[in-house]
Design a protein around this ligand. Structure first.
Ligand SMILES: *Cc1c(COP(=O)(O)O)cnc(C)c1O
Length: 413
């Protein structure tokens, strides 16, 4: 597979001249079509819903598009709750999956009527103390520990700070029952950027099995299970996207063989995916500043790790297209860098790319999740703007770039 651009090379080149680079550009059509395909694949599943993990791209215009396509919001902090609420995602359309949570965040989630998903057995008391009681509906985040092997990015569940253990899980529900909770949900999150459908399918099996156990042992009929996020995206051109249909078909078979015979038919199914919902539909557009030769060859961009830190943070691959270099353009092995005073500020290392000159425009793919949102101000870098490519072809600014005044606003002189 080759990587596609959100619009023509010519249009992107024009945009890179009209708008100050670097900037993120999101493709409305791509986001909508993918969200529809996800929902369509799970049309059989009662009350199917994806709570979009807001941290992936916390920008109101994007949250609105996803809400229009039926997504709720997965929030893990007070500002994320506030953001969801202000774009009209309210009540149980919000899942509050936090960890190490301060009381005011529990209070705000409770006020908003969000589904509160507790990360620890001690948080039952913490929630009670924060809001003066327990809500009618409560969810717990399950960490399977040694029963599951985590994948590479999220790591081994035994080493993870998240969730309640197998030994604690039933006690959590028992305590919630005793505290007056009447409606229950179950959540887990054991994968990240996973491309193997088996991983998601096994997660469904694990949660369905627990749902039956909760019914048998405690008489609890869960309202829904949340399989978490973690559906990966093909960052490399040779990788394959996970097929929603394949995942859905297998989960349906498990639902029919585990959930229905237990008399739990109607159990709702949900996900909490962020990356797969916006990642492939956002690019970072940047311009080449300096091409230099030291002990290696370098191409320095006007974007840096503050615009996209995944390569520096995780060593992640992001595909790079250099605009207006035809097929067969001469290539050169380079490191593509930013301007931070950190030598890991690189978008690519030893990558064969068309020979570049100052002024060339590059597009860094799959920057629509954990891209702009991971930005920071180290070295006095200002966060860049975000634009939305509308379905009608128009381009709209959905977040302006930061200014020096923004940066200095918190300082005392
Ligand atoms: C990050 C996160 C998600 C989303 O994960 P993706 O890999 O972006 O799908 C979902 N749930 C929780 C609790 C998370 O922390």
């Amino acid at each position: 597979m080759t990587k596609t651009l959100p619009t023509t090379e010519q249009r992107l080149t024009e945009l890179a001249h009209e708008l100050p680079t670097p900037f993120h550009l999101y493709d409305e059509r791509g986001i909508r079509e993918n969200a529809r395909a996800f929902v369509q694949a799970f049309a059989w599943a009662p009350g199917f819903r994806n709570y979009y993990a807001v941290k992936a791209a916390p920008t109101p215009a994007l949250l609105r598009i996803l809400a229009e396509e039926g997504c709720g919001a997965d929030c893990s902090s007070l500002p994320e709750l506030e953001l969801a609420q202000r774009v009209g995602i309210t009540g149980e359309s919000i899942m509050f999956t936090s960890n190490d949570t301060p009381p005011e965040e529990f209070r705000r989630a409770y006020e908003l009527g969000a589904v509160i998903n507790l990360d620890d057995i001690t948080h039952i008391q913490a929630l009670e103390d924060a809001v003066g009681g327990l809500p009618e509906l409560l969810s717990f985040r399950y960490n399977p520990g040694p029963e599951r092997t985590g994948n590479a990015i999220i790591g081994n569940p035994v080493e993870a700070k998240y969730g309640v253990t197998s030994d604690q899980l039933l006690d959590c529900y028992r305590a919630a029952q005793a505290g007056g909770v009447r409606r229950f949900a179950l959540h887990t999150m054991v994968a990240s950027n996973e491309l193997d459908p088996a991983f998601i399918i096994e997660t469904a099996r694990m949660l369905f099995t627990l749902a039956v156990r909760l019914k048998d042992e405690l008489g609890i009929e869960l309202e829904f299970v949340n399989l978490g996020g973690g559906i990966g995206i093909p960052y490399r051109p040779e990788q394959q996207a996970m097929s929603y249909q394949e995942v859905s078909d297998s989960i349906r078979a498990l639902y029919d063989s585990i959930i229905k015979p237990a008399g739990l038919d109607g159990l709702r199914l949900s996900f909490e995916c962020g990356r797969v919902m916006t990642g492939p539909y956002g690019v970072l557009v940047s311009r080449v500043r300096h091409v230099t030769r030291k002990y290696k060859d370098y191409v320095g961009l006007d974007a840096c790790m503050a615009n996209l830190m995944r390569p520096a943070m995780y060593g992640s691959y992001h595909h790079i297209t250099v605009l207006n270099k035809g097929e067969g353009a001469p290539t050169q092995m380079v490191d593509v860098t930013g301007s931070l005073c950190e030598n890991n500020d690189k978008f690519a290392i030893d990558r064969d790319l068309p020979v570049m000159q100052s002024g060339d425009v590059v597009v860094i793919h799959d920057a629509g999740a954990h891209g702009h949102s991971m930005g920071f101000n180290y070295n006095g870098k200002l966060r860049s703007a975000e634009y939305l490519l509308r379905e009608d072809g128009g381009v709209e600014m959905i977040r302006r770039a930061e200014t020096l005044d923004d940066l200095f606003a918190t300082l005392s002189f």
